[in-house]
Design a protein around this ligand. Sequence first.
Ligand code: AMP
Length: 116
Amino acid sequence: MAEETIFSRIAAGEIPAEIVYQDEAVTAFRDINPLAPTHVLVVPNRVIPAMTDVTPEDEPVLGRLLAAAARIAEDEGLSEDGYRLIVNCGSHGGQEVPHLHLHLLGGRPLGPMLTE
Ligand code: AMP
């Protein structure tokens, strides 16, 4: 079993966070350092460290992450104007927390996908 992370501890209720959605597979909570009016992280409750660790048995939970993100985006009022989902992976991807997560960003025009 993968080690605990700050995000698995949030999912377990051991560390406080502003949780916006939770079920038996995924937890979503507001990013502590928001980069847009809505910035929610959607994480699997069971640790998958990064995209490079994904196996075929993870396929159902990956679908659950995307479906939860779409539902949260709708709840946050983002569906009409749109939003962005980002998954950072590894050092070149800028991943800081070794627990796979979707960033759900919206609430303003987000500009070009990459700035450098
Ligand atoms: P990444 O660089 O893709 O690994 O993103 C990690 C994100 O986690 C950053 O946007 C951080 O602001 C966010 N973050 C780190 N610790 C917490 C926390 N305790 N609660 C909410 N968001 C956090």
